[in-house]
Design a protein around this ligand. Sequence first.
Ligand SMILES: [Zn+2]
Length: 359
Amino acid sequence: MKSMDRTGRKLISMRDAQNALAAGARSLQVCGNTVVTPSARDFLAQHNIALVAADKASAAAPAASSAGRSAPPPRSAANPKLFHTPEAEAVKKEICAIGRKLWMRQFVDGNGGNISYRIGPNEVICTPTLVSKFDLTPEDLSMVDLEGNQIAGTKPRTSEILLHLEIFKAQPEAKACVHCHPPHATAYAITGRVPPNLFIPEFEVFVGKVAISPYETPGTPAFAQTVLPFVKDHNTVLLANHGIICWADSVTHAEWYAEVLETYCWTLLIASQLGVPLAQISEQKGADLLAIKKRLGLPDVRFDTSQMKECQLSDLEASTPIAMTPGANECRPAGVANAELDALVASVTDAVMSAIGGK
Ligand SMILES: [Zn+2]
């Protein structure tokens, strides 16, 4: 079934993958010198056929061809047994509970959103494709290796898993990822801007600086890589014209960050319609919040002083059009007489005109 290339490595090609499917195989054995072509990998993952290390495969695995037992397994040879450990069973329950939370809070729609947890160095438990997050059961979940090959579970893994895997590979502290489409945070994401900082302490401590990654077609490797420049210093990233992704040490905490970001964006959007300027927390008090965040061990781009200047510039850019939506200043706050406002506007206009020499 498998052929050999010129260097003597075993090769699993697209044709082998198709033959495995035709034979009803659920897994294929690989060893240290087995090479699986990218198209075969995708095909096998799509059809839920696992790649299993020869020394770890059970004798019952059907239609698997052994290719030697002495070489150590490559990274693709993850351990499918981790899918049934007590820790995995607890994680599966947690993922289902978080899925229901996301749906109840209207952070996901249809079969949207996905959740993952890295349970081993090369093993990630994740949600399946085409299942509402409200309806998830532990039996629906699957497990993939860090390349996205499905190694356990009966339902095909989410097509967005590549995004999560890029984060796990780039940020060793990330144990869990939650991707969803909360409406107010996504509203920012479709403007291409991040919410301004220093308005609510909880946001400063748990999220702080949000990044925004450029738009790419969901599910593609290019999309997955859009977050790479940001995941070292940001636990929460807006995905342009799409939604958000958060990472943390647990699935529960990653969902907290989604909640904190969504509520913050929502509050800012409401406040910006009240017709009065927003009151910002002072830089000095903001530094206190940053110190708390550092003590909690949470990442923030502002810890790197060399990047501070860039951050401050992006603050200005972020806050102007978003915090005060166009036309918001035209609304007059209740309880303030028109005459008072007119007098205020006139005095400010006079001051500005005299400062620029117009009068
Ligand atoms: Zn999505």
